[in-house]
Structures are given as structure tokens and as C-alpha cells.
Design a protein around this ligand. Structure first.
Ligand SMILES: C/C=C/C(=O)SCCNC(=O)CCNC(=O)[C@H](O)C(C)(C)COP(=O)(O)OP(=O)(O)OC[C@H]1O[C@@H](n2cnc3c(N)ncnc32)[C@H](O)[C@@H]1OP(=O)(O)O
Length: 259
């Protein structure tokens, strides 16, 4: 296990803490660690949800470690872009529910990490931005694609092109986060939400997530409906479907198998 990404498991929930002080920046090593950990969690049938947060009280993550970019060449840029892509694509494709507990600054690749999660909860002191253009870069970890999807093109352009930084209240207003909590409470709020997710069938969640995310790849509305029908039928091959319905009829809590 990498020290740069700390992993803790609590029942069916994995807590991933970005731990690269002082600003929890991303490096090739921490991105590789994230990709590896998420792959392992995908293979762990006991894990239904994950929460990502930052170590300390000030930073969720300030993005890429700018020190490594100072003398960077094309080969280094290519490697970092690939590492970002692999790590955040893995996070996006995690089969369970993923929640970013934004406990402070989420800048650049830090915000792009949160954007790769299903749900975002921010502490009231958190600040969010995609300031890559202010240092001669551009968001290469999904920011230009995921941000407009959530907040619309106007606010995405304000943040990406004009360098506008938003606080937690504004982030809530524009739909960048779904909840704002007092400072120090994002992890607790995320765990509470994750516990709710763990009461759902993990097999259903994996299929529902696939359906919701498929809209981003430009599939047609009618193809989406077709996919819904197909995945609905597929669920009847899972133990979780039998367990869920039978538990309801037996008036007991379901015991999910994640298969
Ligand atoms: C594909 C992805 C691309 C990217 O992600 S590009 C990077 C995008 N991110 C940024 O541009 C954010 C850069 N950081 C900041 O603008 C500021 O930080 C904040 C506004 C977030 C906070 O400002 P303040 O409260 O004044 O803290 P502080 O003194 O700047 O930061 C504490 C220490 O953390 C280091 N640090 C912060 N961000 C980064 C970074 N992205 N890369 C490398 N170091 C960083 C600083 O230098 C400093 O360190 P020291 O105490 O030794 O001076």
C-alpha cells in the first residue's frame, strides 16, 4: 500500500485519503497508487462504496505537483496525462458509489478527482477551481469534459477560461457539489450517505451507474431505454435480485452478495 493514498475499510466502505503534504498534490506515484487501489477495491466483493478525502484540514488536493512541471518535457507531460487519465478513469468506473468529501481546497487535478466521483460533499470553507490556464496548462484529467456536464457550459467556462474560483456556497448553487456541511464534517456526511448506498443492492447500483454514465458517451435517449431493459433483465441472473425481493417479502433486511 502506498503512503500517498491511505486506505481504510469500514464495513462495506473504503476510505481513501490523499496524503501528500503540504497540499495533497498528485504525483505519478500517487496517481498510480490510486489506480491500483481502485482496481483492488473493484475486486473486493465486500466493498460497495468508497469515499475520497484529503489529509488535514486545508487541502482536499491542490492538483498536480507543479514542482514536477517546471522543467517538464513532452515525454513527462505525456506520462503525467496518462497517469491522470488512468487513475481518474478507474475512479469513474468504480462499480460502487464514490463520494468526494471535499475538506478544503480542491484545485486543478484535485477538483478533477472530485469530478470523477459520483457525488461531492464540501465543507463550508472549501474552495474549488480549475486554475490550470493560470500556470500555462490545461485540465487534462477530465475537467473540461466533466465540469460542463455538472454545472453547464457557462459556469464551466467561467472557471476554466476566466480562472474563477468558487466557494462551497457557490459550488452548491451551481450544482458542482450536492451538499455543504460545516468544516470538519465532510467525511462524516460522506460516510452517512455511503451507508445508505450500502443498503442498496450492489448489483443494482453497478447497473444503474452504468446507465447514468452512458449518457456522457453520447448514446441516444432510445438506446438508453434499450440498455435499461437489457440490464433490468440481466439483474435476474444475480443472487442480489433474488435476495432483495425475497428479503422484502420475508420482512427482513437483505444480505447482499455483490453478485
Ligand atoms: C492535470 C492537472 C493539472 C493541475 O492540477 S495543475 C495545478 C493546479 N493547481 C493549482 O494551480 C493550485 C496551486 N496552489 C495554489 O494556488 C495555492 O496553494 C492555494 C490557493 C490552493 C492555497 O494558497 P495558500 O493558502 O497561500 O497556500 P500555499 O502557501 O500556496 O500552499 C501551501 C504549500 O503547498 C504548496 N503547493 C500548493 N499547491 C501546490 C501545487 N499544485 N504544486 C506544488 N506545491 C503546491 C505551496 O507551494 C506551499 O508550499 P511551501 O509552504 O513550501 O511554500
Amino acid at each position: 500500500m502506498s503512503d500517498l493514498i491511505q486506505l481504510e475499510k469500514r464495513d462495506h466502505i473504503a476510505i481513501l485519503t490523499i496524503a501528500n503534504p503540504p497540499a495533497n498534490t498528485w504525483t505519478a506515484d500517487s496517481l498510480a497508487a490510486l489506480a491500483r487501489i481502485v482496481a483492488e477495491l473493484n475486486d473486493d466483493r465486500n466493498i460497495y462504496a468508497l469515499v475520497v478525502t484529503g489529509q488535514g484540514e486545508k487541502f482536499f488536493s491542490a492538483g498536480a505537483d507543479l514542482k514536477t512541471f517546471a522543467d517538464g518535457d513532452r515525454a513527462m507531460a505525456n506520462e503525467m496525462a496518462q497517469r491522470f487519465g488512468e487513475a481518474f478513469a478507474a475512479l469513474t468506473a468504480f462499480r460502487g458509489v464514490s463520494i468526494a468529501a471535499i475538506n478544503g481546497y480542491a484545485m486543478g487535478g484535485g477538483l478533477e478527482c472530485a469530478l470523477s466521483c459520483d457525488i461531492r460533499i464540501a465543507e463550508e470553507h472549501a474552495q474549488m477551481a480549475l486554475p490550470e490556464a493560470s500556470v500555462g496548462l490545461l485540465p487534462c484529467a477530465g475537467g473540461t469534459q466533466n465540469l460542463p456536464w455538472l454545472v453547464g457550459e457557462g459556469w464551466a467556462k467561467r472557471m476554466i477560461l476566466c480562472g474563477e474560483r468558487v466557494d462551497a456556497a457557490k459550488a452548491l448553487q451551481i450544482g458542482l457539489v450536492e451538499e455543504v456541511v460545516p468544516s470538519g464534517q465532510a467525511l462524516e456526511a460522506a460516510l452517512k450517505l455511503a451507508e445508505g448506498a450500502c443498503k442498496q443492492s450492489p448489483s443494482s447500483i453497478a447497473s444503474c451507474k452504468q446507465l447514468v454514465m452512458s449518457a456522457r458517451d453520447g448514446r441516444s435517449h432510445s438506446d438508453g431505454w434499450r440498455m435499461e431493459r437489457e440490464l433490468f433483465v440481466e439483474l435476474f441472473h444475480t443472487e442480489d435480485q433474488k435476495e432483495g425481493v425475497n428479503a422484502f417479502l420475508d420482512k427482513r433486511k437483505p444480505q447482499w452478495k455483490n453478485r
